[in-house]
Ligand binder design. Structure first.
Ligand code: SF4
Length: 278
């Protein structure tokens, strides 16, 4: 198991019968990593490279904390407070993350940037999205059996930002630009994994990007869930093959020291281009 409780346990010879099969614990982000670059996912499963967190990732996490507070207030008898309370929570959470060992400094993305970008994104959420949200559960953890055959069981684990009373799921994204909706309609591992967890069919991304707010409303069916299981089995078979390396895909933004911990650790492509790891 890696530090996030993900990983794979090979079959043993004891009881119950589940112990005599491979037991895999995956998350949607692990499968997404795999679809971007299999080698990145292999290292994520092994947990063998230090994690780093860019200022953009840290601000996203801080924004999620502030939204969690706001929605828990909304659920409680005291109700929602002023925006300033949640902006302060976000900035405090961002500052705390700057002291973590995994924080990866960027001189252009310090506190001033976080305040400008974070407050603008959070206020867009507060004004445009929050009034639409009727929280039934906030930061809801799940673990379920996605797939089983005679040799393996695959469990999915994760945490849902918000389950809405209206019978759908919300996920918050802090992003520089709009999401490519057509890509989500073609396939969203996250929408499939989360709707299956709650046995719901609608999933909404609320994206706070630099030009405003976008809502991507997706509808998931048993076919999406079966496809998710098919994707997960592909990962499981590679794990079980115990290969010393998996295929690499460096063809897009993720292959960069800012986004790939393997690169940042000076392994894989980071070994060939160490000068890019700055
Ligand atoms: S350095 Fe690039 S190719 Fe290697 S694991 Fe990271 S994303 Fe994949």
């Amino acid at each position: 198991m890696n530090r996030r409780g993900l990983g794979s346990e090979p079959p043993g010879d004891g009881y119950p019968v589940e112990a005599r099969k491979w037991n895999h614990y995956f998350s949607q982000s692990l499968i997404n990593d795999f679809l971007m670059c299999p080698e990145k996912a292999r290292h994520e499963l092994l947990g063998d490279v230090p994690r780093t967190e860019s200022p953009k990732m840290a601000l996203g996490t801080a924004g999620h904390s502030a939204i969690e507070y706001a929605l828990k207030d909304k659920l409680s008898p005291r109700g929602l407070s002023d925006f300033e309370r949640y902006a302060a929570i976000m900035m405090e959470a961002f500052e705390e993350r700057m002291y973590l060992t995994e924080f990866r400094e960027d001189p252009k993305l310090g506190m001033e940037w976080a305040k400008r970008r974070g407050v603008s994104a959070l206020s867009a959420w507060f004004d445009d999205i929050c009034p639409q949200v009727k929280p039934a559960a906030v930061e809801k953890s799940f673990e379920y059996k996605l797939y089983e055959d005679e040799n393996r069981i695959i469990y999915m684990k994760g945490t849902i930002d918000c389950v809405d009373e209206g019978g759908f799921i919300w996920d918050w994204k802090f992003s520089g630009s709009e999401r490519k909706e057509w890509k989500d309609r073609r396939g969203s591992v996250q929408a499939a994994a989360y709707t299956k967890a709650m046995n719901l069919q609608r999933f909404k991304y609320a994206v706070m990007h630099e030009q405003g707010v976008q809502v991507v409303d997706l509808y998931q069916t048993p076919a999406h869930w079966a496809w998710l299981a098919r994707q997960a089995v592909g990962v499981a078979l590679l794990v079980e093959a115990d290969l010393p390396m998996w295929p690499v895909n460096d063809s897009d933004w993720w292959c960069d020291a800012k986004w790939c911990n393997v690169f940042a650790a000076g392994q894989c492509k980071g070994q060939y281009f160490p000068e890019r790891n700055r």
